[in-house]
Ligand binder design. Structure first.
Ligand code: GRG
Length: 290
């Protein structure tokens, strides 16, 4: 799995550097800040899912590259903003000082904004049928905006210190984390020309995988290693966050993640095409240590 991830990470990084470099960069600091966070060492999970979805649809993975890169830009913007003093106030991300620690708050906010808008420029300028580019962009917009990630983040902030029920916890995380993971698969499939049935299968698979990913993230906040994770851990409990271990306990959380991956794989089995890479990613989500 390590080797497969590395291969895809390299492909994605080559494309990202092209999208995020311009001949005459003015003012240079904003370009530097955008690249600083994007190339700080993320796993590239969302782009890899987009590329593997295209592969499962039987087209060359590179067709999904504009969506893949857009998703990493949006994910990175969300991390930059999440780390700001007004949100989680973190000083370490992906093993490096956070954007606002390095560039100051104003530039960090602007770098996030610039990545978000660059993401849509990237998808909408994809060299595919214009209708597909528009559909992929709409999918990504819904997942990152108020009905997805931003809405989930607002719910998370609002519910800090209160105990959520199990159903509410799933809703929060389906929005905050699951929506973008689902959009990675669906937008990759859209650019690959997937029909409605295939898109629905990727959506259902992504919903399960996204929740499983968040559960392992919450578990790693308790059991993980700060150096490997590249961020400060064990903050969830002290900040009164609604996490899976807080509500289910560690053992039940692990069981829930495993069950979700079993269900995700069952959905994957219905997709006609090369799903081997996606199966491995599903296993990685359970086994990861970072
Ligand atoms: C600020 C609009 C806005 C949203 C913030 C995504 C998010 C919402 C906050 C980041 C903090 C967090 C714990 C989010 C849950 C999603 C998650 C597990 C992010 C980390 O994703 P990885 O592990 O990170 O894929 P890398 O660095 O590998 O890309």
């Amino acid at each position: 799995m390590q080797a497969i991830m590395q291969k895809y990470q390299n492909k994605v990084d080559v494309a990202l550097i092209k999208y995020l470099t311009q001949g005459r960069e003015y003012p240079a600091v904003i370009y530097r800040a955008m690249r600083y966070s994007v190339f700080a060492g993320g796993k590239r999970l969302r782009p890899i899912l987009a590329l593997l979805a295209a592969k499962a649809c039987g087209v060359p993975e590179r067709r999904a590259m504009p969506a893949a890169c857009a998703l990493e830009m949006i994910h990175t913007y969300s991390l930059i903003h999440d780390d700001l003093p007004a949100m989680d106030d973190d000083d370490l991300r992906r093993g490096k000082p956070t954007s606002h620690k390095k560039f100051g708050e104003a530039i960090a906010i602007l770098a996030g904004d610039a990545l978000l808008t660059k993401a849509f420029e990237t998808v909408l300028c994809a060299r595919v049928e214009p209708q597909l580019a528009v559909e992929a962009a709409s999918e990504i917009a819904r997942a990152s905006g108020v009905s997805g990630m931003v809405g989930g983040q607002a719910l998370d902030m609002e519910s800090g210190g209160k105990r959520l029920g199990k159903k509410e916890l799933d809703i929060l995380h389906s929005k905050k984390t699951g929506a973008l993971i689902t959009a990675s698969l669906v937008s990759g499939a859209i650019l690959a020309g997937a029909d409605t049935v295939q898109r629905r299968l990727f959506r259902n698979f992504g919903g399960k995988l996204g929740l499983a990913f968040q559960i392992t993230d919450d578990i790693l906040d308790v059991t993980g290693n700060e150096k490997q994770m590249g961020k400060r851990l064990r903050k969830d409990k002290s900040s009164g966050k609604n996490t899976y271990p807080a509500i289910y306990g560690l053992k039940e959380s692990r069981k829930k993640a495993e069950q979700l991956v079993v269900e995700a794989r069952a959905i994957l089995g219905k997709i006609k095409g090369d799903i081997s890479g996606l199966e491995q990613v599903a296993q990685f989500v359970l086994d990861r240590y970072r």
